[in-house]
Each structure stands twice: as C-alpha cells, then as structure tokens.
Design a protein around this ligand. Structure first.
Ligand SMILES: [Zn+2]
Ligand SMILES: [Zn+2]
Length: 670
C-alpha cells in the first residue's frame, strides 16, 4: 500500500511494525473534504488493506468493539480526489497534540485542508513539502540546485540525524514522563542566595522584580540576574520558573503541567525537560509542538471574504504580474496534488483608494522562510481594504500614491516585497528576501490605480499592477525588452554598469514566461579583476543540452558565483574543458549560439521561443571552443555586444529537463 507521512510531524504512517513501542505510528486520522464540507475521521489503523479505510465517525476507533463502526475508503495525500473526496493523514498522537495546542474550540478542519492543499508533494518524499522541513526531517538541496528551487529531500541514510530517530518516539504519551514529573513533585528549594544587595532595582518589591523577569525570555532573565544583584534570588523563584511552562514559553509543550498548583521544583523540571536532558519522546513532542503552533498561526490568519474572485481572463493581458510557479488555477480546474510550486485558488482585483494614507503588509513565518499573506490599503474616510490573509505581524508604510512594488518570489509564492511610492521613495523589504529571485517588474512611472492579487490557501502566489506600459508579444524582437527592470533575477538585479546586451538575448520576453528566473554570473569579477586569473571554462552537457558553464581560476576556490546553471551531477558526465590563458591576457571576445525553435501549436513556451542547443566561444587569440561538437546544426548565430565593452558575464534561464534554455551576454567597459 502507498506509504505516506504525517502532515504534522513528517514521519511515516507505516503499515507494518515489529517494535511494539512504535505501534502508535500506525494509528492515524484524516482531515478531508467531501461534497458537502470538511470533516475529520475517527482513528484508523494502517494495515495490509492496500488503502486508507478509517472510521467516518470522529468518536470511533478502528478497534472499537462495536459492529456499528462505519469504515470508508478515502483517497489521501498524493492520490487524486474522487468526486470531491480527498484527505490528508495525521498520526492520531499528532492530532491529539494539535487539539491540545489549539485550545477548547473546534479545530478549523476546513482551513487546515485548504492550507495543506497549498503545499506541494515533493518527488522522493512521502508527504507535504512544508518549508519548515519538519524541524530537520527534510533537507533543502543546495549542492545541485539553487536554494530558491525549493528542492527538498530525505536525509542521507548513512548519516541520519538524531531528530530522525526521535521521530519514532510517541510524542503524545511520552515514555518515562510520569517518573520525570514525580521526581519534581516537591517544593522548590532555596538556591544560591536569597539576600539582595542594593542597586536601582532593589527599590522595587521582590514581587515586581519577579513580574519583570516573568515577561522576559529565560536567557534575558538570566543575563539580567548576572547584571543586577537585585535579581540574584531568581533561581529560587517558583513563579518565574513555573511561568516557563505556560502559554508560548519554551516549556509550554510539557502540557501535563498546565494549570498545576501542586508543589513543584520548577527549576529542576525545567532542567530535566531540556533538549539535552529530556527523553527522546519529549524532544519529538517539542519539535512537533513548535510545528503545530506555527500551523495554528497560519490557520488563524484572518481571511477577508468580502472581495470576490475575478475570472482570470479579465486580468490578462493588460496587467503585468509576478507569480510563483503556479501549477493550475483553481478557478478553472478543481484541486489536484502537485509536486512543486503552488496553485492559484482565487484572483482578486482591488482598486487603490484615492486618498491613500498607508499600506500594510502581512507576513507569516514558516520556519525557514516567511511569506507575504495579505495587504491592507488604509485610506482617509473609507474603511480599510483588506486583501488576502491578515496576520498578527503587519508592517505599515506611509505614502499618498502607489507607484508599485519590488517583489521577491519563490516557486511557492511571494516571500517579501518592498512598496514603492513617489520619486522612488520606498519601504524596507518586508518579509524574507534571502536566496529568492526578485523583480522590479511592478514599478510604474505613473500612480497605480488597481492591483491584482492571486492567493492560495494562506499566502500571495502572485501580484500584479494594471499597466499602460506593458510590452506586448508583438514587441518581441522589434524593441529591446528592458530586462533589468522586468525580469525575475537571481541572485539580484545586475548593477547598472553591466551591459545586458538585451537585443542578442536568446530567451523570451519575461512578461510571458511564467516562473522562470534569470540567473547570472560575473565571471570577470569586480571590474574585470578576475579575468587575468581564468584558466578554463568547464561545460556540463549531454547531446543537444547544455546544463552548466563554470569558470575555473588560478588561486580562487570554486564558488557558486562562477557557475551558471545547476543540475544533479550523477545524471551528466563532466564535460570538456576549454583552457583559457587569462594570465597571458586571453579574453573571450565573441559568443555564438545554436537555437532551435519549435513553432508547432502546443509546444512548450520555451521551445516556441527557441531552445539553446549549443554555443561557441572565440577568444582574442582566434581560438575557438564549441560545446556539443556532434550537434548537427546550420550556421550559428552571433550574440553581438555593445562596442567597446569586454565580455565579463552571462545570464540564462534554466529548466529541469532542458538545462540552460537561453543565454545572454554581460559585458562592461573596463
Ligand atoms: Zn505525526
Ligand atoms: Zn548545435
């Protein structure tokens, strides 16, 4: 039967288990959608049934001694929905943790399902590809892929981290928990000194000093104790140490102690429930508890229901947009599991209010990154316009007229943005910018009248502005698309002193490419300082495909900044290397390419615009190097550069299967 992992903790829900201690892993529930709404199932047990058949009644268990237990077959996880029926599986133990962290009200199963539907099922893993990576159960591939590609993988079997072993331990019913709690069921002793010397804090009664410490993170409170003798008795304070076990403090996952009034040595308990000293099951609980709290915060994002969805066709083509790697539009197609990127659940067009005062940007933290979840337009004398999902961390920027946005976007959605007002006056980056491609495509020279927002179950997956100066497909080839301003660039927008030689770029207008960042390298270094150290150019290729170009230097270690393109190594044998005598003054002076177009209707967009098949470099010594010598091509096309400049870099777009699919030349005046 298909093996899947729990949407909360990320470890498997196996069908067979020898070790009775791991039996808890087989018991699961599913949250699911059905034609009339959303529900949670009873407790099922993963057996040899080839399918997932939990009880439909949430109050029932698979092993109830009751002939009325109704079991039903449910397509779950990456199985496709059948007539609107589809679910996500969670260990029963993890569900109990979620219930505990949630509080007394009913869990919002509808929102949970909608959020899970917004997460891809990465190839090579058994479950949802959350960017929190389950606190260490999944890894981000950065060796063979760019970090922004969001390629997740399982850890190496030879070097399994501790967290993987802990994940087998029951997080709800922690082994030895009773003994641990019993050992601390005694009054807290006086530790160290309870006498205070005098400093400014000593003028406050002890209860007030204690109340100050309770508000601080533990590390800060202990630092305060070091700095001020008035806080020396803190180690003996039951009030302070007990507060560490309450809501949102670092030991709140020891929920057995919530509301405990019995005499307790809280400091001792604090120590023996630490990551270092606590039992593995408690470590596992702590990990899942933190994930759960993050998820609850996402579920509790305030969703604005007033603004209605817009048919996608009304948005294109007079809008320019920046989007994640959108698999399908929920307006046209019903949801189905996808492997990477995101899907667009709804599209909303919002007019920018005339008397704008400020714009709020909502973000949410998902462990390793953050996402932009919503926008708020605040205007004079009209109610706020709320767009998307409003979070508890909202950042405001004051402006009278909106001239656009700078946007950082990963395949899964918008991770950060910068609001641009009049005269280029702009906000700080709001959100998480690191290792994500960014674009200035949404900046205009005139105030923007309306914006379009595309959303999935909890975040922005696209942002657009109505745009009079959009470039149409007809312009392609007749006018140079201003690539620097319109493309999605990684690692960032190339500085102005670099010539991009747009007219010879073999790729297509970035307005029409969907999610396809342009990656660039400056192999010449700052102002050509590394040109004299170049010893060679290495190429990774298979016939008719070019996967990467990498420059090698004398006295400079290999670094990511000298390699254009990423691909997993095993697939491709190391290609030929072209030696370049940079030390002796040899320079690349021209680039020619062989591009093949497939104009048949239905061909992938990059094939219609031309796929890079091979390329040729020529140096100032008349030496030539051609990749894919076997390629049977007609004459190659020269990529001209601005006269008087020297070639010092390349830019390209890449595709998983096609490798480098386009090429542009960067040159500068040296
Ligand atoms: Zn779980
Ligand atoms: Zn060729």
């Amino acid at each position: 039967m298909a093996l899947f992992s729990c949407i909360l903790c990320g470890s498997a829900i196996p069908d067979e288990i020898g070790d009775p201690e791991k039996k808890w892993q087989k018991e699961y529930r599913a949250i699911y959608s059905h034609p009339t709404g959303y529900s949670v199932t009873g407790v099922g047990c993963n057996g040899d049934d080839w399918s997932w058949i939990p009880p439909s009644d949430p109050a029932k268990r698979w092993d109830d001694d009751d002939s009325n237990v109704q079991l039903f077959e449910l397509p779950v996880m990456r199985k496709v929905p059948i007539d609107g029926l589809h679910g996500f599986v969670v260990h029963n133990a993890c569900w109990m943790l979620l219930r505990r962290a949630w509080g007394p009200e009913d869990v919002r199963v509808d929102r949970l399902v909608e959020i899970c539907r917004s997460i891809p099922f990465p190839i090579g893993t058994d479950g949802l590809g959350w960017q929190h990576r389950y606190g260490g159960l999944l890894f981000l591939e950065t060796q063979d892929y760019f970090p922004w590609q969001e390629i997740l993988s399982l850890p190496d079997l030879d070097e399994l981290p501790l967290v993987v072993w802990d994940a087998f331990k029951n997080p709800w019913d922690v082994q030895n928990m009773r003994e641990i709690l019993l050992s601390c069921a005694k009054p807290q002793p006086v530790r160290g000194t309870d006498k205070t010397s005098h400093d400014c804090f000593s003028r406050l009664p002890w209860e007030l000093r204690e109340a100050i410490a309770v508000l601080l993170p533990t590390a800060d409170a202990l630092a305060l104790r070091q700095a001020s003798v008035s806080f020396l008795p803190l180690l003996s304070s039951s009030t302070f140490w007990a507060s560490r076990f309450t809501g949102n403090r670092e030991r709140d996952f020891v929920f057995e102690m919530h509301g405990c009034q019995d005499p307790t040595d809280w400091l001792d308990l604090y120590r023996i429930t630490s990551q270092k000293s606590g039992p593995p099951g408690l470590r596992n609980r702590c990990r899942i508890w933190n994930i759960t709290k993050m998820l609850i915060e996402i579920v509790r994002l305030e969703r604005n229901e007033c603004l209605t969805s817009t048919i996608e066709q009304t948005v294109a083509p007079s809008w320019s947009q920046v989007t994640g790697d959108i698999n399908f539009d929920g307006f046209e197609t019903s949801w189905k599991p996808f492997r990477r990127g995101c899907f667009s659940l709804r599209t909303i067009i919002v007019p920018v209010p005339c008397r704008l005062l400020k714009i709020g940007v909502s973000t949410i933290n998902v462990g390793t990154t953050s996402y932009v979840t919503g926008l708020r337009f605040v205007a004079d004398s009209t109610p706020d316009a709320l767009i998307g999902y409003i979070s508890s961390s909202e950042t405001f920027f004051t402006l009278q007229e909106l001239f656009g946005f700078k946007v950082a976007v990963a395949p899964s959605g918008l991770t950060a943005l910068q609001i641009v007002g009049k005269n280029g006056h702009s906000s700080q980056w709001i959100g998480c910018l690191s290792d994500v491609p960014s674009s200035e495509r949404l900046i205009r020279s005139q105030p923007i009248k309306s914006v379009t927002v595309r959303l999935d179950g909890f975040k922005l997956v696209g942002l657009g502005v109505a745009s009079p100066d959009v470039i149409s497909e007809q312009d392609l080839g007749t006018a140079d698309p201003p690539l620097r301003e319109t493309a999605l660039w990684y690692p960032n927008k190339p500085p102005n002193e670099l010539h991009l030689n747009e007219s010879s770029f073999t790729g297509q207008n970035p307005f029409h490419t969907g999610y396809r960042p342009l990656i660039w390298i400056r192999f010449g270094g700052q102002r050509g300082s590394d040109l004299k150290r170049i010893v060679g150019l290495a190429v990774q290729q298979v016939p008719h495909r070019l996967y990467s170009l990498e420059f090698l230097y004398e006295g400079i270690c290999r670094s990511s900044s000298s390699k254009l393109g990423r691909i997993r190594h095993e697939a491709i044998t190391p290609g030929p290397m072209f030696t370049i005598d940079g030390i002796g003054g040899e320079l690349i002076t021209s680039i020619a390419v062989h591009v093949e177009k497939d104009k048949r209707p239905g061909a992938r967009d990059f094939l219609r615009h031309g796929l890079l098949k091979c390329f040729k470099v020529t140096t100032n010594r008349g030496r030539e190097f051609q990749s894919n010598l076997a390629c049977n091509h007609p004459e190659m096309r020269l990529l001209p550069i601005t006269p008087g400049t020297t070639i010092t870099g390349f830019y390209a777009s890449q595709n998983d299967k096609g490798g480098l699919i386009s090429l542009g030349v960067i040159s500068e005046s040296l």
